[in-house]
Design a protein around this ligand. Sequence first.
Ligand code: WTA
Length: 651
Amino acid sequence: MVNEAKQLDTLLKENRVFHPDPAFTKQANFNDPDIYERAAKDPEGYWAEQAKHITWFKPYDKVLEWNPPHAKWFLGGKLNAAYNCVDRHRQGPRKNKAAIIWESENGDSKVFTYEMLGREVDKAAHMLKNLGVKKGDRVAVYLPMVPELPIALLACAKIGAIHTVVFAGFSSKALRDRIDDSDAKLLITADAGWRRGSQVPLKAYADEALEGSSVEKVLVVRIVGEASGAKMVAGRDLYWHEEIEKASKEPFPAEEMDAEDILYLLYTSGTTGKPKGIVHTTGGYMVGVNTSLRSVFDLKEEDIFWCTADIGWVTGHTYLVYGPLSAGATVVIYEGAPDYPERDRFWKIVEKYGVTIFYTAPTLIRTFMKWGPSYIEKHDLSSLRLLATVGEPINPEAWMWFHKYVGREKTPIVDTWWQTETGCAMIAPLPGLTPTKPGSATKPLPGILVDVVDDDGRTVENGGGNLVIKHPWPSMLRTIWGDDERFRNTYFGKFPEWYLPGDAAHRDEDGYIWILGRIDDVINVSGHRIGTMEVESALVSHPSVAEAAVIGRSDDVKGQAITAFVILKEGNEPSAAMTAELKETVVEQIGKLARPEEIIYTAELPKTRSGKIMRRLLRDIAEGRVLGDTTTLTDPPVIEELKRLYQDKED
Ligand code: WTA
């Protein structure tokens, strides 16, 4: 853990503390300091209190049933997520409030009030029913950030279908894997998407993925039109705009879902090559995400909430769709890139809509730092009252920069630690109560019982260890789709009654948690989780590759960058063309997000006597550090050779 030791060293020198402004505390939703203790004493009571913010068609009989590793929350309760996000707001003073403000990359914008959104969701729900989609069916969604994306999700929720969104940056192969694993019968995609003014041929990717798959029908959102060249397959493909025209305009009665019925699957990377379909259910998830909007984000009626994540990731599911909409917020959804057409696009959007809560990723903050503050200074950001980050540890410099230039040294910053599996923020400050330290996600939220323990499960009061969550929480994953065994082993294999997130953490003398990064073979590139094995399998699928080892080395902007060490099969020579081809293979198999930054050719890889690749050593080499312990290595000279190759590459 040399990597972590280095990071920790920097973090522990950090001793700045920022106390909540009393004026902020006074108006905060959560401003009673006793809340932590009350919730810790009686988590079920706390969550039952929060569950009152959700509309239940039928009240639940029991808050929690915990048979480790399986939890059930709000047993017997009936509800509908889309009803909670849309319909209930249509019946009161929020009826004509903006629910979604959508801005396209080219600057067009559309506003959907709750009433308008409700009508669209109802039409889409009718359309899905007309296409034969039933409760419990899986619907794969492969769309860019257009309004049809949240509408599709809410329509699935309304009829009780299980959506599984595949980020539009993933390749055909990745889409196909997710369709196969979830056994989806409908795919919703687009003719093409826009990215920095160029087309992304989503339909062509989808066509490739669909050959021989379980998908019976494809709904195609027309974004680009003729110029996309998208081909429609007769009998299978239908245009969204044509089908929705045919749908009834009558209100669609929300399907009564059991609290434990599945709301969605979302695939995420693990330590094997195969992504995991994380299962989220309806009741607990809705209670969890809704609570976090009120607690961590201090959401108020008049806020304009902007989360810059893509709906293809969990952050977008929770903080662009289910969380803010369930809380009746106005959400900004931006389709495009932060530097299109100029590097001030984000600040333009903040100014234009008067964004009050801004939620983004450290990697973007570091990019803004690189670009310099002039792009920010051109705009009036005085509407901002709360800033938030997610996805990876934020380094104190980035935190301070965010605080100074975006927050104008006034707004609280909430660093939120959580995962696809946890459903919503778990470790984060309550902005009216918790003093913040740059680089620390601070303390677990009320009702969340976090600990730092050593490998034997002993609490580490002041020091580093495994992060664990010792009590179930409502929005936790219920299992891995089709693989409960993997669910058990991955998250409860080490400690049978505690959830193991797979992150290392340090707890300081004030009880503050500093997340240090993953303890497994998962890397985090620009806040995106990528399994090293996924990239390795992509590389070895190339006919010239005999073996590959992939690691994440530290990168100033992306957090981590992918370095691949590759052994070529005999008769193949390393060359620039080979490197380009191998990188392209990874893009084809997974997507651009997994493209290796560099490829190092080697004749051998350092392995333990039992044949395991020593990734730690490879990381040390890639980061130019003195080598760690090599006593278990079979062939120590391999290291020297690799080090030499890596240095040659840098010269
Ligand atoms: C990392 C994204 C430090 C962590 C919501 C976790 C973080 C993984 C933070 C989950 C944070 C997320 N500080 N690390 N504030 N937030 N992580 O599933 O390693 O895409 O396990 O969920 O990102 O990534 P995922």
